[in-house]
Design a protein around this ligand. Structure first.
Ligand SMILES: C[S@@+](CC[C@H](N)C(=O)[O-])C[C@H]1O[C@@H](n2cnc3c(N)ncnc32)[C@H](O)[C@@H]1O
Length: 208
């Protein structure tokens, strides 16, 4: 997939810039991880519109010859949008990464036995703040499903929410092995009382 396509597919320059920054940070944070696998299975949990599908496919395609990204979110409209946009793009791409999206609850992952155990669980702009109980369950189930040699990546809009998610994951037995704070990340102005920005924090966890 060419660079322009994976970032500018949305024709929105702010979003494209966010994706450039995310790709750069993820490539750095995942350096030396998920290597030497004949196949990679990724679970993009609470993926919403899944704007980052192109860059995930690019990064995974550089690590393996074959892979699949499974997106999952509660929101039907976003899932259908993601599916219509990304499935044809990846099917026609030479990187060997395919994708699929479904509507479902990440805190009820046990219902999706047929989903492959992921090498990578990715959660962009995790939403622990919104519903603590559901998100503890979502993290717990995601860690159970994650392969023992897999990695989980979360990103957050604001400091306190990132710290809370970190605590939950550590209590569930995950270990943070890499972190990036991006002071230049684009500000999100929907709640002036909190300093929020796009992919403000990114953390990589492994199972203990
Ligand atoms: C802050 S949005 C982030 C969406 C997307 N990852 C992004 O970065 O644009 C949080 C997402 O979590 C989803 N969500 C919340 N609770 C969920 C659950 N229990 N299972 C699956 N998705 C959930 C919402 O529908 C929403 O799309």
């Amino acid at each position: 997939m060419d660079l322009a396509l994976r970032h500018t597919i949305h024709q929105n320059s702010e979003r494209a810039q966010d994706l450039y920054a995310l790709e750069k940070d993820l490539r750095q944070l995942l350096k030396g991880k998920l290597e030497k696998r004949s196949e990679i299975s990724a679970l993009n949990l609470a993926c919403g519109r899944a704007d980052e599908t192109g860059i995930l496919a690019q990064i995974l395609g550089e690590k393996t010859k074959q892979g699949h990204i499974q997106g999952l979110d509660l929101r039907r409209t976003e899932i259908h949008g993601a599916s219509n946009l990304w499935k044809p793009v990846l099917e026609n791409d030479e990187h060997g990464i395919t994708c699929d999206f479904r509507v479902g609850r990440g805190d009820q992952l046990e219902q999706f036995q047929e989903l492959a155990d992921p090498d990578l669980v990715f959660i962009r702009h995790q939403n622990y703040w919104f519903d603590h109980q559901a998100w503890v369950k979502l993290y717990d189930q995601a860690l159970l499903k994650l392969r023992d040699d897999g990695v989980m990546v979360i990103t957050s809009y604001f400091d306190e929410e990132h710290e809370m998610a970190r605590q939950v994951l550590e209590n569930l037995g995950a270990v943070e092995v890499a972190h990036r704070f991006n002071p230049q990340a684009r500000r999100v102005k929907d709640s002036p009382e909190v300093e929020k920005s796009v992919d403000r924090h990114i953390s990589v966890f492994v199972k203990a």
